[in-house]
Design a protein around this ligand. Structure first.
Ligand code: AGP
Length: 364
């Protein structure tokens, strides 16, 4: 695909910059204020069926898998259905138990990723119900699924996914809200989430204004050989995705760990030459996250925090606007897209076409 870069130097920059509009699009026409829920026309799942779901299993690859991890947290949190995400390829090869009361959800930007498509086909052959959370309308996975939610991110050209990740997580928030309101989520909580969703586009625009500050930070970290990314619970998939972005376009080695796992091994790596990026939301885990920052500081590790307020133990804090706790992961990943972008730019990388990668992997 080729289309106008609209004054940007790369598709990645264009796509990062489009996210406020993209999120607006995934919300448009779907919110029902009267019942504090959302309408998802293509779901093909009535309320009785939705009440019968006992588990949710989300399948995807790469960035879509990370979006699915956040999606699982949203569904479990709002709809109180046990939910988890797994790489589609792993799922397919371990001969999983396919259960009729489980709702399977396939996640894909392109809708053509072979590992995901093959998992969907195998599931359908075994009689499972499979929904798609897909960006490209009419793609193979969208056609194969029993129903689903379109992500409406618009065309994404850069090999690394940015705006589609954000929109996919928002699509999962809509699905979680929908399932939640059929089950036990209160009207008040439904309203709270809807108000939070409506705040997202403006908050994304606020974050994008931090680009100059993030560019300066990226110049400082561009010399690192390796970086550590940490987060806890909702913040962990954000750390995973941010580390993948950095790896893909800058070729700097990066690892993501749950902050709570540091002491079980990776703390041994911490030294001044290995910077840590920490996701530190103002939620019930704030003190726990701060304790992890202290442990890193005690080993002379450099820390870049993404947080809702300045973090004393961090060398730098990127302060982002606060939303509802459930929706914070959507916002906290965005400055780190810009961080990966400017790090790669400072290193002279070919950002839209990183070596060894293709936009969609349609073979095994
Ligand atoms: C994203 O930055 C990647 N290049 C890659 O991990 C991608 O997310 C993965 O291949 C899945 O693609 P899909 O969403 O089109 O299925």
């Amino acid at each position: 695909a080729s289309y106008d870069m609209g004054g940007h130097d790369t598709y990645m920059h264009k796509e990062i910059s489009e996210q406020a509009d993209a999120v607006d699009r995934v919300l448009r026409g779907r919110i029902d204020d009267k019942f504090s829920t959302v309408h998802l026309g293509g779901l093909n799942l009535d309320a009785r069926e939705a009440r019968g779901i006992r588990r949710v299993k989300i399948l995807g690859c790469g960035t879509s898998y990370h979006a699915g991890m956040i999606g699982a947290g949203l569904i479990e949190g709002m709809a109180r259905i046990p939910a988890d995400a797994e790489p589609a390829s792993e799922f397919r090869y371990r001969n999983p138990v396919v259960d009729p009361d489980t709702l399977y959800i396939a996640v894909s930007q392109s809708g053509e990723t072979y590992d995901v498509l093959a998992a969907v086909q195998e599931l359908k052959r075994k009689g499972a119900r499979v929904l798609g959370v897909v960006n490209v309308v009419g793609s193979a996975i969208a056609r194969e699924a029993d129903g689903g939610v379109y992500v409406h991110a618009g065309p994404e050209v850069c090999v690394v996914s940015t705006k589609c990740f954000t929109n996919t997580v928002v699509a999962f928030a809509l699905l979680a809200l929908h399932l939640g309101r059929i089950r036990d989520l209160s009207v008040a909580d439904g309203k709270r989430i809807i108000e939070g969703l409506r705040r997202l586009p403006d908050q994304i625009s606020e974050i994008l204004k931090l680009e100059d500050e993030i560019k300066e930070l990226a110049a400082e970290y561009a010399g690192a050989k390796s970086m550590m990314f940490i987060g806890r619970v909702r913040g962990y998939p954000v750390a995973l995705e941010a580390s993948l972005k950095l790896k893909e376009i800058s070729y700097i080695h990066a690892e993501a760990y749950p902050a709570s796992e540091l002491k079980h091994g990776p703390l041994a790596l911490i030294e001044p030459a290995l910077p840590t990026v920490a996701i530190v939301p103002n939620d019930s885990l704030l003190e726990k996250n701060r304790a992890a920052l202290e442990e890193i500081k005690a080993r002379s590790g450099r820390i870049l925090a993404v947080a809702h307020q300045e973090q004393e133990k961090a060398d730098h804090t990127i302060v982002v606007p606060k939303n509802e706790d459930e929706l914070d992961p959507i916002l906290m990943g965005i400055p780190l897209q810009l961080f990966a972008y400017h790090t790669a730019l400072a290193m002279g990388r070919d950002i839209d076409k990183p070596r060894n990668l293709a936009k969609s992997v349609t073979v095994e």
